[in-house]
Design a protein around this ligand. Sequence first.
Ligand code: CS2
Length: 464
Amino acid sequence: MPGMVHVGVGAFHRAHVAAYVDDVLQFDPSWGIIGASLRKPDTRAALAPQDFLYTHVARDGSGSRMRVIGSLLDVMDASQQRAALLAAMTDPRIRIVTLTITEKGYAHDPATGQLDPHHPDIQNDLAHPDAPMSAIGILAQALKLRFTRGIDPLTVLCCDNLPANGEVTARVVQAFAMLRDKRLADHIARDVAFPSCMVDRIVPATTAEDRRMVLEQTGFEDAWPVVTEPFSQWVIEDRFCNGRPEFERVGVQMVADVKPHEMMKLRMLNGSHSTLAYLGYLAGHEYVNDTVADPAFRKIIHELMTQEVMPMLPESLGDLTSYRDQLLQRFANPALKHRTWQIAMDGSQKLPQRLLGTIRERLAKGLPVTRLALGVAGWMRYVTGIDEKGRAIEVKDPMAARLRGIADVAGRDAKQLARGLLSVKEIFGEDLQQNTAFSAVLAQHVSSLFEQGAAATVRNIAQG
Ligand code: CS2
């Protein structure tokens, strides 16, 4: 029976939340998931012929564990099935909506977390509130229909890698509702729960090779299996407004305040990931595990976490050395082919919570930011769109054109490139461009990346 709707049925959802819910269904069948894809019909097309069942492969150097996930009851293509999706979202049996729509799906300003009312999707959905296209517009419409029909509200559970992700979601949905109808905005503020949560599982995009491996090992042709690591973590704030599964029975941590966990994960895992992605890509590494196999890269990531990130995290988290060591081991997983290019995507939406928060706190205390700034400099060098051999980089980012424009004006002038990109307020806010210590270390790193390349720059810093 359906109990949840999930918006954004990508590989991450199918490897993480859908697997937890599959475990829940063993003892409580009322929480099946109706999925929706907002942009592409491909997930529905692949999974419908196989009844939305798919193979889940968790693997590392020691082997793999396969299972079939049965928690997805349907996957709708929202652009073709909007009415059906809104009908599902207003079904009283549906009590939770989960989201993985990536950072850019929130149509917010990454530096401030506020809704961007000029965003084209938001403009579209304000003009056509009954036929929304964005996740925010769809949520607002579903909440409105439930409200006017007297159906209990939904809990909205954001599962994207944003700090205080529930608060961000609440803020943008309320701001959007306010532009439509104040009564709706008041209802959302009063009655709808938006718990924050921390999600963690590394899930590279599925490849043709993965499909071949599943066929070979199971004898079944699966159009869209997911391949992930054995590790999985989900920490949720226990604030639901209309019931919830007994998540604690399937390994989910239910807590009163998720902030320290989120901060730890975003700054340690994702901060390291982005740093490895930009510098690794520039140094010619296709995968994360190849990048950390290079001792200089491994060393700077170890130092980045130990010296620059860990001292700034809340003391309540305790000793983080084993968390750090486990991360380094997870990055080195030889069975996951996680492309640096995949993680490099959408940097404008990722840098603030992954690297810039720690940088701000350290600068305020006069502490050095050498390695964190190297990650940011790697991003600056990457968004020029030309690699170290003079070939084009396919930079995927909603701000790619604007960033490329700044890079084209700067050419190989490191200072100007750093200054130009630092002035992008949506990423760096107003403060960081005025910090001379930060712009100086950035310009120095960018210059080294231009002159010596990423591999040599990383080696020099690793040697101290
Ligand atoms: C990665 C994340 O693509 C990325 O930006 O850093 O998807 C990362 O793999 C997950 O957050 C791990 O939980």
